[in-house]
Design a protein around this ligand. Structure first.
Ligand SMILES: Cc1ncc(COP(=O)(O)O)c(C=O)c1O
Length: 398
């Protein structure tokens, strides 16, 4: 009886879930939520088959580095598994401060705050500092967490064409001159692999007095001296107000960071709901990220290997006539243009033992349906050889 009452009252919600087209398609074609049985570096086991992981964000390959694994283990033994609390209340520990101080000094910033997800850090970098009455200038291809931060801030937003300073200039020229302005960009765009045209964007931001927030989730560890990121790559450290990013890519952990002036970070600690009402990052996560950060400085060979692998891989894809959307980085899309072609290509790679991720509109702009691949320093020459054979097979399957 209770159940029929429930179904009657909740009918709209039940139907919404049951009849959802996107969910039905996802379950029918099953391209997502594959659960690996085992992993050793870039080799994973899926349904009993060994496969090459070609879509992870473990750019420097630190997730299986013995020192990173040992640091995470030691942190659990020393601090337990969780702080079970938010930073302003019972969740702050010495290891948080140590990682924040190490990240701030690596990035040439006064201060830094870390969160348990990059999504939180990036979202809060916008939403905490923008408010109703402000104007946000946003690249059209921003990551979902930046859009969420924009929406939640209640500021007005104007979009400009992806990585296009000329279009940004036009938007700025017609904007209300009195509104406080924030420019929101990524350092390296996660789907496209494009490096932001930062020198031109920053010059415009200066001209129009914009506060700059830069999400460097995919530039950190990949670009700049020892992997300091996109801002360092262009020598623009004094010009970008906030750098935020993720610990779950080059730093081989889970979590995120926001780095800026002490004033900005203290303001964030006072006002950011994502900081105040969410549990602090776990001891093992902080320890893994801190050790990975140290390795970025003491073992430069991983960054060298990442770029060597990337050059080889992109050249191989171009040799096969594939469209890599002019990527400049180890985040390498293979644009197929329609969801049917993307699915066929993805299936052929799966058949040949190469694990990738398909991204289709609306996650990417219309006509840009793609396979998102990413190179790691951990990929071996033999693996890249096998990837090349699988790619050739997938091209034939189109
Ligand atoms: C550009 C960008 N920003 C932020 C995030 C969020 O990071 P996390 O996965 O650590 O929550 C991602 C993750 O994919 C990303 O690609």
């Amino acid at each position: 009886m209770a159940f029929s009452l429930f179904t009657k009252n909740k009918k709209a919600w039940i139907e919404r879930c049951r009849d959802d087209y996107a969910t039905k398609m996802r379950l029918k074609y099953a391209p997502y939520y594959h659960s690996m049985d085992a992993q050793k570096g870039t080799s994973v086991t899926l349904d009993g088959r060994e496969m090459i992981m070609l879509s992870s964000n473990d750019y420097l390959g630190f997730s299986f580095h013995p020192k990173v694994m040992e640091a995470a283990r030691a942190a659990v033994l020393q601090w337990g598994t969780s702080t079970t609390g938010a930073r302003p209340s019972n969740g702050s520990r010495g290891f948080h401060l140590e990682l924040e101080s190490a990240l701030a000094s690596f990035l040439g910033r006064e201060a830094c705050h870390i969160h348990s997800a990059g999504y939180l850090s990036v979202m809060t970098s916008v939403t905490t500092f923008a408010q109703k009455g402000d104007l946000i200038l946003a690249d059209k291809n921003l990551h979902s967490c930046l859009w969420d931060g924009i929406r939640l801030s209640h500021a007005s937003v104007e979009r400009f064409s992806h990585n296009n300073p000329e279009d940004l200039r036009e938007v700025l020229a017609s904007a209300n001159p009195d509104a406080p302005k924030m420019l929101v960009v990524e350092g390296v765009y996660s789907m496209e692999g494009h490096v932001a045209r930062l020198p031109e964007l920053v010059a415009l931001a200066e001209e129009y007095n914009c506060f700059i927030v830069l999400d460097d989730a995919h530039g950190f560890g990949v670009l700049g001296h020892q992997g300091r990121g996109t801002v360092d790559h262009f020598g623009l450290n004094e010009k970008v107000d906030l750098i935020c990013g993720s610990l779950s890519k080059s730093l081989a952990s889970t979590g995120g960071f926001v780095a800026g002036t002490s004033e900005a970070i203290e303001y964030l600690r006072t006002h950011s709901k994502q900081t105040i009402f969410s549990a602090a990052i776990a001891p093992s996560q902080a320890a893994a990220a801190k050790t990975a950060l140290e390795l970025m400085q003491s073992e430069p060979e991983h960054l060298d290997r990442l770029w060597k692998n990337t050059r080889r891989y992109v050249a191989m894809l171009k040799g096969l006539g594939l469209d890599t959307w002019e990527t400049d980085t180890p985040a390498v899309p293979i644009v197929l243009g329609t969801r049917e072609l993307a699915y066929r290509f993805w299936s052929a790679l799966m058949e040949k033992g190469v694990f990738t991720v398909m991204s289709i509109a609306p996650a990417v702009p219309p006509g840009k349906d793609l396979i998102r691949t990413a190179i790691s320093a951990m990929h071996t020459d033999e693996q890249l050889e096998r990837v090349g054979e699988a790619m050739a097979y997938a091209v034939k399957s189109l």
